[in-house]
Design a protein around this ligand. Structure first.
Ligand code: NAP
Ligand code: G4F
Length: 347
C-alpha cells in the first residue's frame, strides 16, 4: 500500500484528491491547520479514512515533523492562500504560505533523505498578462498579483530542487477548476449561489467585478486525476492542465441563470453593465468597482496537449456541464448565500 500526504486536504482540490487516492488504495494523510471555526466540512465524509495531522506550511517544524512521521511515497502540496484578490490585502502571508511553503516541504523530504515524489500546485496565474495564447509549458511568465509572484517562486524552487538534488518534484500548471465544493469567494460559485438565491426569492442584485474576464474553466475532479498521473511518470516533468476552451464571466452568468430558470439579458458596458431578467426587466446583476482588482488578468486559455500526449489526460466535464452541475447543486441546497465578498466593499 502506498502512502500519500496532502497539504491543503480541507480545500476543494484536497478533498477530491483524498477521495481519488483512497479509491486507488492509498493510505491517505492530510495536513490540517488549526482554525477557530470548523474547517473540515469538505472531508467530514472521509472521517476515519484520512489520518489528519495538525500543521501549517508557514511553520517549518510542523512540516518537518509531519513529513518525518508519515514518510509518504507521494506528497501533494496544495496548501495555499489561494484567493488572488486577497493576496493584495495579505501579500506577506501569501508569500509565506505560497512561496516558502513548498521550500519547507522540499527540505522536509531532502534533509532525512526520503524517497518521496512531490506535486506542487502551480497555476495558470503565472502566465498573467501572457503575450501568447493559448498558454503551454513554454509560455513565458508575467505574474500580476502577489499570489502569482509567490507561486512563481515556488515553481522555480521545485525546478531547482529537481535539478540540484534529483528529487522527483513536479509543477502542475493548472488552469481554473471549479466544483460544487468551490468557495463562494471565487466568481463561479458566487454566481451559481446567487442564481439559486434568485430562485428562492433573493431581492438585491448580485454585484460582480470585471464581467469581461476570460477564463479556461474545468471541473476539479478531472484535475486531481491529472495531478496523480503526473506523479506516476518515469521522469519528473511539469504539465499544463486545461480544457482549451475560454469563456467570459458574463457567459458563465447567463448559463447559470438560465439553468435556474432566468433568461438573463445584458445591457451596457463596464461599470454601467447590468444583467436583467428578460421577462420582468428587473435588474439582477450590477457591476461594483469594489470587486475590480488592483491589477487584472483579463484572459487565460490553456493548451494541455502535453498532458494529453504523455499522461493520456483529457478533461471529461465541459463548460456547460460544469455550470449546470454547480447550479443544480445550489438549487438543491436551499441555503441563502452569505455574500462572502461583501467585506471588500466595507474594508
Ligand atoms: P482552496 O480550496 O482555497 O484550498 C486551500 C487549502 O490550503 C485549504 O485546505 C486551506 O486550509 C489550506 N491552507 C491555506 N493556508 C495554509 C497554511 N498556511 N498551512 C496549511 N494549510 C493551508 O484551494 P483549491 O482550489 O483547492 O486549490 C488547491 C491548490 O491549487 C492551491 O495551492 C491553489 O493555489 C492551487 N490552484 C488552484 C486552482 C483552482 O482553480 N482551484 C488553479 C491553479 C492552482 P483551510 O481549509 O483551513 O482554509
Ligand atoms: O474566480 P476568481 O476569483 O479566480 P482567479 O482569480 O482566476 O483565480 C483562481 O484561478 C487561478 C488559476 O488561474 C488559481 F491559481 C487561483 O488559486 C484561483 O483558484 O476570478 C476569476 C475572474 C477574475 O478575472 C476576476 O476579476 O473573475 C473576475 N471576477 C469578476 N467579478 C470576479 C468577480 N472574481 C471574483 N472572485 N469575484 C467577483 O465578484
Amino acid at each position: 500500500m502506498k502512502t500519500a500526504l496532502i497539504t491543503g486536504v480541507t480545500g476543494q482540490d484536497g478533498s477530491y484528491l483524498a477521495e481519488l487516492l483512497l479509491q486507488k488504495g492509498y493510505a491517505v494523510h492530510g495536513l490540517l491547520r488549526r482554525a477557530s471555526t470548523e474547517n473540515t466540512s469538505r472531508i467530514d465524509h472521509l472521517s476515519g479514512r484520512v489520518t489528519l495531522h495538525y500543521g501549517d506550511v508557514t511553520d517549518s517544524l510542523s512540516v518537518l515533523n509531519v513529513v518525518e512521521s508519515v514518510r509518504p511515497d507521494e506528497l501533494y502540496n496544495l496548501a495555499a492562500q489561494s484567493h488572488v484578490y486577497t493576496s493584495f490585502a495579505v501579500p506577506e502571508y501569501t508569500a509565506q504560505a505560497d512561496a516558502l511553503g513548498i521550500l519547507r516541504v522540499l527540505e522536509a523530504v531532502r534533509l532525512p533523505g526520503l524517497d518521496c515524489r512531490i506535486y506542487q500546485a502551480s497555476t495558470s496565474e503565472l502566465f498573467g498578462d501572457a503575450a501568447q495564447s493559448p498558454q503551454n509549458e513554454s509560455t513565458p511568465f508575467s505574474p500580476r498579483s502577489p499570489y502569482a509572484i509567490a507561486k512563481q517562486y515556488a515553481y522555480w524552487t521545485v525546478r531547482c530542487y529537481r535539478e540540484a538534488y534529483g528529487i522527483f518534484a513536479v509543477n502542475g500548471i493548472l488552469f481554473n477548476h471549479e466544483s460544487e465544493r468551490r468557495s463562494e469567494l471565487f466568481v463561479t460559485r458566487k454566481i451559481t449561489k446567487a442564481a439559486a438565491d434568485f430562485a428562492f426569492g433573493r431581492d438585491e442584485p448580485l454585484r460582480l467585478g470585471n464581467l469581461d474576464a476570460l477564463r479556461d474553466w474545468g471541473y476539479a475532479p478531472d484535475y486531481v486525476e491529472c495531478m496523480w498521473r503526473m506523479l506516476q511518470q518515469n521522469t519528473p516533468e511539469d504539465f499544463v492542465a486545461a480544457t482549451g476552451e475560454q469563456h467570459s464571466v458574463r457567459e458563465f452568468c447567463r448559463l447559470a441563470f438560465a439553468r435556474a430558470g432566468v433568461d438573463l439579458r445584458w445591457q451596457g458596458e463596464g461599470l454601467d453593465a447590468v444583467g436583467m431578467d428578460g421577462k420582468s426587466g428587473k435588474i439582477l446583476v450590477t457591476v461594483d468597482p469594489a470587486f475590480y482588482r488592483p491589477l487584472e488578468v483579463s484572459s487565460l486559455l490553456g493548451d494541455a496537449e502535453k498532458a494529453r500526449r504523455l499522461l493520456g489526460w483529457v478533461p471529461k466535464v465541459g463548460f456547460e456541464e460544469l455550470v449546470n452541475r454547480m447550479t443544480d447543486h445550489d438549487l438543491s441546497h436551499k441555503t441563502r448565500s452569505k455574500d462572502a465578498e461583501l467585506f471588500y466593499k466595507d474594508s
